[in-house]
Design a binder for this molecule. Structure first.
Ligand code: ADP
Ligand code: ADP
Length: 227
């Protein structure tokens, strides 16, 4: 678990260009589920990617626990990210997709097997461990992507529109599961979506972005009951 401090953070992609993220401040508590919501192009992904360390921070600082993100080597970042397009390794089995990040970190084999089994049970993908991703449905692939995030027991989950490629019914059920898993694991989470209903259902606190600026921040009730 970890708190996340986003302080006066801006992103400028092109020198002299507009700020994609403009002087954003968010203090995220340990175990909190934050949803970044807003129209396409408002800076949600850019902010998430800066937290992940995938994008340079033009101004300001982002810290996770007591460490500044920019100073943490990618391999040492205690973060797992789930993407819209799943980003599974197509040539590997589900088991190996789940085990990959742990193997890279030198986790002992017996522990890898135990953690993969636990994640697979939580996500009900035990039956598919020997399959390749192409033999799975979209919903099953998204479960594997979730499994890959949780086996590492990271301090922080980052979600970038993870359910956008699923049909409406699956989206609703996966939403509930993500929320349950996050509560159970007590992992701090930042979740990006343009779907307001999804944002309301998932968030402890919502951050509404517009043009790179925070327009509103608060609980779903606070945000949607504002006149
Ligand atoms: P969202 O995730 O809310 O759709 P983004 O963070 O993707 O928004 O984009 C915010 C702004 O930054 C947009 O104006 C977008 O065009 C711009 N932008 C995003 N990525 C890049 C990039 N790699 N180079 C230049 N501009 C970018
Ligand atoms: P190595 O790294 O030496 O190849 P692994 O620990 O990866 O050995 O295990 C070998 C293979 O056995 C893996 O590729 C994986 O697909 C399979 N495997 C291991 N444990 C399980 C399991 N619990 N369920 C399904 N497949 C497993």
């Amino acid at each position: 678990m970890a708190s996340i401090g986003i302080k006066q953070v801006s992103k400028i992609y092109d020198k002299g260009g507009a700020k994609a993220v403009d002087t954003v401040d968010i203090q995220i508590e340990d175990g909190e589920f934050i949803v970044l919501v807003g129209p396409s192009g408002c800076g949600k992904s850019t902010l998430l990617r800066m937290v992940a360390g995938l994008e340079d921070i033009s101004q300001g600082t982002i810290s996770i626990g007591d460490r500044v993100v920019n100073q943490i080597e990618p391999a040492d970042r205690d973060i797992a990210m789930v993407f819209q397009n799943y980003a599974l390794y197509p040539h590997m089995t589900v088991y190996d997709n789940l085990a990959y990040g742990l193997k890279n970190r030198g986790t002992p084999k017996t522990e890898i097997a135990a953690r993969v089994a636990e994640a697979a049970r939580m996500l009900e993908i035990e039956k598919y461990l020997d399959r390749k991703p192409r033999a799975l449905s979209g919903g099953q692939r998204q479960r594997v992507a979730m499994g890959r995030a949780i086996v590492r027991k990271p301090a922080v989950f980052l979600f970038d529109e993870p359910l956008s490629n699923l049909d409406a019914k699956l989206r609703v059920s996966m939403r509930g599961e993500i929320r349950k898993l996050q509560k159970r694991l007590k992992t701090t989470a930042i979740y990006v979506t343009h779907d307001q209903l999804e944002a309301m259902t998932l968030a402890d606190r919502l951050v509404v972005l517009n043009g790179g600026v925070i327009e509103q921040i608060g609980t779903p009730l606070e945000v949607y009951n504002r006149p």
